[in-house]
Design a protein around this ligand. Structure first.
Ligand SMILES: Cc1ncc(COP(=O)(O)O)c(C=O)c1O
Length: 393
């Protein structure tokens, strides 16, 4: 089975580019150019250099001794939380800002949920001297205040999305509306492995540095390139896509995805997209989507702003329906407790999104000699207030 995007951007039956006519020239320009640009030696050189000197890559692969002892297995953490700006998101924004420059764009727009993608976008815009507008749901603006302040300080304009659940989906709607109105000078930096083709594939390729590094780092530490499992949380699915990429066609590597169950998969307040979703189209791609019987999008819920999205990237929809990936969903409570557990066992405060991946130990028992690599997608500074309130610290 093939788990990479086809030329038209399909992963099995999912993907494609379902876009309004007004967006066609933009998306088509990107589709025709992205693969060519990504292999240009100048582009690669600039991308690699910035990842090294600006982002601080390679990010460490850390053997978590106390966590391993607790769960009687070998746990490695891929430390994307140590990247400049505090999450994996910056790998993609560096790639896309360089792409935008090659395409002669002068204005950048983005959507954000947790604010990490917004901060990563505002950061690269400051770096390149580009104008930046970030759309963010009104609810997320309130629950991720430190990131809103960072974006403003970096010179970005943060525009609130006031419709629907006032979270990530609604911010994405606003960003698409902006792009339709500004088709010539603007590049839309989508922050996850979602959207019309070529976005899911382009974002996945920029994030694939994560699994590229895991391979040689694990070889150094364990004498083999392939772990038994790779684990990641899934919002739209970019940290997961990057973590899985070089293992997708290695059948001995188990691929594990953890989605946000919110207050419980069947509580009516959930973002467990694969478990609850049916095939549908959202933000330009065909994927698994939470919807009513007549096809209206169901409002998602998760304590984590970055996982609070009713759809999932088309690669992940394919991994789910083909059975290549094992999918779990973690409740708010399981995630928060797993975040506190990591903090107190390893001295690492994870983002609440990442805490969902760590909740895998509440759902699956690994063997003592299994090597389990978990994507530590982001750091928890932005979530301190939420942790403190939740645990009454
Ligand atoms: C730290 C962190 N992890 C994970 C995610 C989820 O996004 P994705 O599924 O694209 O990795 C986000 C989104 O904001 C995030 O900030």
């Amino acid at each position: 089975m093939n788990y990479n995007a086809t030329e038209k951007g399909y992963y099995g039956e999912f993907g494609g580019a379902y876009i309004p006519e007004m967006l066609y020239p933009n998306v088509e320009e990107l589709r025709q150019n992205y693969l060519k640009v990504m292999v240009e030696p100048d582009f690669k050189k600039e991308f690699d250099q910035l990842l090294k000197d600006y982002v601080g890559r390679p990010s460490p692969l850390y053997f978590a001794k106390r966590l391993s002892e607790k769960y009687n297995t070998k746990v490695y953490l891929k430390r994307e939380d140590l990247n400049h700006t505090g999450a994996h998101k910056v790998n993609n924004t560096i790639g896309q800002i360089l792409m935008a420059k090659r395409l002669k764009k002068t204005r950048i727009i983005a959507e954000t949920g947790a604010g990490q993608h917004g901060v990563a976008t505002a950061t690269v815009c400051a770096l390149m001297g580009m104008k930046c507008v970030v759309y963010m749901g009104e609810i997320d603006i309130a629950r991720q205040a430190p990131n809103v302040a960072r974006m403003k300080m970096l010179g970005a304009e943060v525009r609130p999305a006031l419709s629907g659940s006032r979270t990530l989906k609604d911010a994405t709607n606003e960003a698409i509306r902006d792009w339709i109105n500004n088709p010539v000078d603007t590049h839309y930096i989508i922050g996850s492995a979602i959207g019309p083709h070529p976005y899911p594939d382009m974002v996945t390729r920029f994030q694939s540095i994560i699994s590229e590094e895991i391979k040689w780092q694990l070889k150094e530490k364990e004498g083999r390139e392939n772990p038994d499992y790779v684990v990641a949380c899934i919002g739209g699915g970019s940290n997961a896509a990057g973590t899985y990429y070089h293992f997708l066609h290695e059948p001995e590597v188990g691929i594990i995805a953890v989605e946000a169950a919110g207050k419980g998969v069947n509580s009516g307040e959930s973002a467990a997209t694969s478990a609850l979703g049916k095939e549908g189209v959202i933000h330009g791609c065909k994927t698994l989507l939470m919807q009513t019987n007549d096809g209206q999008i169901t409002e998602p819920y998760s304590i984590s702003a970055g996982l609070d999205y009713p759809g999932v990237g088309p690669l992940h929809a394919h991994l789910y329906t083909s059975g290549r990936g094992e999918f779990y969903s973690a409740t708010d409570d399981e995630a928060m407790n797993s975040g506190l557990e990591l903090t107190q066992l390893e001295g690492i405060i994870p983002a609440i999104e990442t805490s969902h991946a760590l909740a895998i130990f509440k759902h699956k028992t690994f063997k003592p000699d299994d090597v389990v690599v978990i994507s530590l997608s982001g750091r928890g500074d932005k979530d301190l207030d939420n942790y403190i309130k939740y645990f009454n610290l």
